[in-house]
Write a protein that binds this ligand. Structure first.
Ligand SMILES: *Cc1c(COP(=O)(O)O)cnc(C)c1O
Length: 468
């Protein structure tokens, strides 16, 4: 067909609006929005005709379909569920920790009703929002006092601002880390109004380096857990014990930024030893800060535990108000922490810990089951295998932990692996995030939840069917 003929056959906007399916959409999404979409679809169509990309007139049914797709797509939430088949457990871009069921229920309850956020029902007096998690945090970590703010970056910033604004904060050169995104220790120091005093060298810092750097202006001794990397070889930094002894002798608070926030002994599950929060508290750190959504497995939060006077000062700091937690996060944090009271059911109840500690055998069995189902769905169009793999905690936690694991690998014959990867990510109802390596799409069962495996098998089968 020539362009003029195709142009002539474009229906009017009103003709499209009169179609029954479009009338339904108008009922659901409002007339103005549907008209705007119809115009946008027509504009795109006209451009395609003018360019010669369209050589036959599209029927009204096809135009209606495009309008409906486009209206629905525009209505889709931007923040929505995805399936994480990458095996990276604390995947920062995919939202870090999946909340425990109990935490989700608690969030729904306080979000859909009024709550005791800052109210004491016994006395009918105003209460403090810190109360909901402070006693639990003290019970679990052995600290005298505790509070929680928006995230660990906020916690670190507030502690430095509170104790070292206009003063000096001493930190080892070996601990001046960048934790991904825009969290760099020197920048946080600068924002907090502290003067950073670097001591030691990249690989070795001694307690004497700290001691020699102390002046009348020193407000804080800092220890930062180098979460996401390790320097190995001729390396050392002063221990927390040494820093606490020095700080106590000179009357200077010691802060440890622990990052990941481990409350249990991970070596029991074959994972590398990480200092626990309890250990840092027992060693006498003035304050210890850590994230709520890394190895703790709860909501995004920055938790500060430590000595009573220090926490009391922090609670009164103006930043505490600016960085405070909302009721939904507090509800999720309280119920996550409560799960730590029962060590028997802890790993089962906290998805992050469950994923982290699942045995290679159980992952292998799940990989085999997915592989079997894919094999019958895909037949000869792809080679399906299960392969040994090393899983990672992610989120900058446990960087050296090689977690023994298994994945399903799909090596397509009739289409490319990147087409499959892209289709799973962009064309399914729930985006499925996978990894591609050496011509194969990898599915890691370690980070799958509920019926994710069924959804994946079904979607891949659908793709293979369409690709035929
Ligand atoms: C992750 C991390 C942070 C930042 O914590 P957020 O909760 O992401 O704000 C700060 N310090 C250390 C050592 C970390 O590991």
């Amino acid at each position: 067909m020539n362009k003029q003929d195709i142009f002539r056959q474009i229906p009017s906007v009103d003709e499209v609006l009169d179609q029954p399916l479009i009338a339904c959409a108008v009922g659901e999404y409002s007339r103005n929005r549907v008209i705007a979409v119809v115009r946008a679809v027509f504009d795109e169509y006209r451009v395609a005709i003018a360019k010669g990309d369209v050589t036959e007139s599209l029927g009204i049914d096809e135009l209606v379909r495009r309008v409906l797709d486009s209206v629905q797509q525009a209505d889709e939430a931007s923040l929505r569920k995805v399936i994480n088949a990458t095996g990276i457990i604390i995947h920062t871009n995919l939202g870090r920790s999946v909340l425990p069921r109990e935490a989700v229920d608690a969030v729904v309850e306080v979000a859909s009703s009024y709550s005791t956020l800052e109210y004491d029902v016994e006395t009918a007096q105003r209460g403090s929002r810190h109360d909901h998690v402070e006693a639990l945090l003290c019970e679990l970590t052995g600290a005298e006092a505790a509070m929680a703010v928006n995230n660990n970056a906020a916690a670190v910033m507030m502690v430095i601002a509170c104790f070292a604004r206009g003063k000096e904060a001493i930190v080892s050169r070996g601990e001046l880390v960048e934790i991904g995104g825009s969290f760099r220790v020197p920048d946080v120091m600068a924002e907090s109004g502290a003067m950073m005093v670097e001591v030691g060298t990249t690989n070795k810092t001694h307690i004497a380096d700290y001691a020699n750097a102390i002046t009348d202006l020193t407000g804080l001794l800092l220890k930062v857990h180098t979460s996401n990397y390790r320097v190995v070889g001729f390396v050392s930094n002063p221990s927390l014990d040494e820093l606490v002894a020095l700080g106590d002798a000179r009357g200077i608070p010691v802060m440890e930024d622990q990052g990941s926030g481990v409350l249990i002994d991970l070596t029991k599950y074959g994972l590398p030893a990480e200092p626990t929060v309890q250990e840092s508290v027992a060693r006498g750190a003035t304050v210890v800060t850590f994230s709520g959504d890394k190895l703790l497995g709860g909501p995004q939060a920055g938790i500060i535990v430590g000595r009573k006077e220090a926490i009391a000062r922090l609670k009164k700091h103006p930043l505490a108000r600016a960085l405070r937690l909302d009721k939904m996060t507090l509800a999720a944090l309280e119920s996550t922490l409560k799960l730590y009271r029962n060590p028997e059911t802890l790993l089962r109840n906290i998805p992050t810990l469950d994923m982290l500690t699942r045995s290679a055998e159980s992952i292998k069995a799940e990989a085999q089951s997915i592989a079997n189902r894919l094999e019958s769905a895909l037949g000869a169009t792809a080679t399906i295998r299960i392969e040994r793999e090393v899983a990672r905690a992610g989120g900058g936690s446990l960087p050296l932990a090689d977690i023994d694991s298994w994945v399903v690998s799909i090596e397509p014959h009739d289409y490319s692996e990147s087409d499959l990867e892209e289709w799973l990510r962009t064309k399914t109802d729930v985006p499925i995030i996978t990894r591609v390596r050496d011509g194969r799409v990898l599915i890691d069962p370690r980070t799958l939840i509920d019926t994710d495996d069924d959804v994946i098998v079904e979607c891949i089968a659908q793709f293979a069917q369409a690709a035929k």
